[in-house]
Design a protein around this ligand. Structure first.
Ligand SMILES: Cc1cc2nc3c(=O)[nH]c(=O)nc-3n(C[C@H](O)[C@H](O)[C@H](O)COP(=O)(O)OP(=O)(O)OC[C@H]3O[C@@H](n4cnc5c(N)ncnc54)[C@H](O)[C@@H]3O)c2cc1C
Length: 473
């Protein structure tokens, strides 16, 4: 099953390695090995070209380098083994193969290697398969940017305490290898010109935890803000670092518990952990269903007719569907490699319900673009959204006008990504009619075209036949 593959986008991949914690770099280094294979396929079209814009770029985390180093040092101290409890009893060299646990803190394999050896040799292999094409539709795997049951009773072990230094690496290593450049992997590097720009590496991950929980004190209102779409602070933005393993979910759990003890415990502090349980849930689901997660009929082998209309798909991919909330989200994805959870649910529903397009095309495009791409979470959520997943409700439909009205009432998000809408009155930005490009498909339920239709849609919504997944949480 493909879930064991490390999947990082070119932004995240060399970036996350290069920016890994100085403790790892200066004291141990990572031996980088480039697995040789056939030349990269030439079909790595990076997709929509980014537009330059003077709009503000949000750096995540938004801290100076010296602050990042300081916070990383403090976090390391908190999770270090004290020297009195340090024991090392092994012989020889232990090789640690870093896949996507690209961190030093709470890294069980690294700890066990350290305990059972005289020196540790950390190795990272650059796997060219990550830069090949997606399984069904041949998109570049790496794009140009790049439970209740469990919840109730299980206990979560604490973070593995690491030694302050892993000691010197084995003396015989002459060539430590190097990180291949983006270009040498057949990809053109693209600078984020707008929206959020993630900083890679363990130090940045720890800094984001510090920034979100402690510095900006945003954890206490996460539940109220988490459905936002614009800017860095409506949600944690931990996902890219979780996907590359630059931070462990256990460390986040411990930090939430510390926050609850030192500041306050409320629905919001609980909700971050609840979302992490969804992440676990999709991992367990992948283990249970294996490759079925990637099949058209999904884990439940649902038979449905799907279209692969390329014109429709491209308008979705490029953000030219004529529905501002869809287009804005798709442009954000292509530009930054990120999209909010709300946005992901909306564009997924639009593709599969309103366009009737094969959900795997959407999932593969997400695979190409997402900085936080993770096979379990991505395919788990796509199968769920497409009604072929482990969800008792097959017909979840997100009404586009209702989502726009609820989550972008003033069209701020739409106008940020579609500057041509900025001059419109706020209530028209998501309902611009002829002032925006033509809608490529009518909506299955409700229409944004006229007030009368909006009224009809609202009546329909009141009758309860436009359910959406928001009810889940
Ligand atoms: C169609 C679709 C595809 C998705 N693909 C991915 C993916 O490839 N990788 C990925 O990490 N997430 C994926 N998600 C889940 C979710 O959208 C992102 O985890 C979230 O938007 C990341 O932002 P955040 O870190 O600010 O999340 P927060 O709201 O701050 O949540 C904290 C953490 O909880 C976890 N989490 C939250 N929601 C979910 C969820 N629905 N499923 C699984 N874990 C969740 C993430 O690890 C996240 O970092 C997908 C969702 C949808 C609807």
């Amino acid at each position: 099953m493909a879930i064991s593959l490390l999947q990082l986008t070119p932004v995240s991949f060399p970036y996350f390695i290069r920016n890994s914690h100085p403790k790892l770099n200066s004291r141990t280094s990572i031996l980088v090995h480039f697995v040789k294979s056939n030349p990269m396929s030439s079909g790595s079209d990076p997709g929509p070209v980014r537009r330059a814009s003077s709009a503000k770029i949000f750096k995540v985390p938004d801290l100076e380098t010296d602050q990042v180093d300081l916070i990383a040092d403090q976090s390391f101290q908190r999770y270090f083994l004290s020297s009195s409890t340090r024991r090392r009893s092994g012989n020889g060299v232990a090789v640690v193969w870093f896949r996507n646990d690209l961190r030093v803190l709470d890294n069980e394999a690294l700890y066990k290697a350290w305990v059972s050896s005289e020196s540790v040799l950390p190795v990272y292999c650059v796997d060219p398969r990550l830069f090949g094409a997606t399984h069904y539709f041949g998109f570049p795997k790496t794009g140009g940017t790049k439970m209740q049951a469990v919840e109730s009773k299980c206990s979560i072990r604490g973070c593995i305490k690491m030694p302050a230094s892993l000691g010197p690496p084995p003396p015989s290593i002459g060539d430590w290898g190097c990180i291949p450049s983006t270009e040498s992997l057949g990809l053109s590097s693209q600078d984020v010109s707008k929206g959020m720009k993630f900083v890679g590496g363990e130090s940045a991950a720890l800094s984001r935890v510090y920034e979100y929980f402690w510095k900006k004190d945003l954890l206490k209102k996460y539940k109220e803000t988490r459905n936002g779409m614009l800017g860095p602070d409506y949600s944690t933005k931990f996902s890219p670092w979780l996907a590359s393993g630059s931070v462990s979910p256990r460390l986040i759990h411990e930090e939430v518990k510390r926050y609850e003890k030192e500041r306050l415990a409320n629905d919001s502090t609980y909700w971050v952990l609840f979302e992490l349980i969804w992440r676990d849930y999709f991992r367990f689901l992948s283990v249970k269903y294996g490759n079925a997660l990637f099949h058209l009929g999904g884990p439940r082998n649902v038979e449905k007719r799907w279209s692969q209309d390329i014109k429709l798909f491209e308008s979705w991919r490029d953000g030219t569907t004529g529905y501002p909330i869809i287009d804005a989200n798709m442009k954000e994805l292509a530009t930054t490699g990120f999209m909010s959870n709300r946005g992901r649910q909306i564009v997924c529903s639009f593709l599969v319900r309103d366009m009737g397009i094969d959900w795997r095309m959407g999932a593969e495009w997400f695979e190409t673009c997402l900085l936080d791409y993770d096979p379990c979470s991505n395919y788990g959520n796509w199968t769920y959204g497409a009604g072929v997943g482990n969800d008792p409700r097959e017909d979840r439909y997100f009404s586009i006008p209702k989502q726009a009205q609820t989550y972008d009432p003033e069209g701020e998000y739409a106008a940020y990504w579609l500057p041509q809408l900025q001059s419109l009155p706020k209530d028209k930005r998501n309902f611009p009619g002829k002032l925006y490009i033509e809608q490529i498909v009518p909506l299955k339920f409700g229409s944004t075209a006229t007030t009368r239709n909006q009224g009809r849609y609202m009546a329909s919504a009141r009758k309860g036949n436009l359910g959406h997944r928001g009810q889940r949480r």
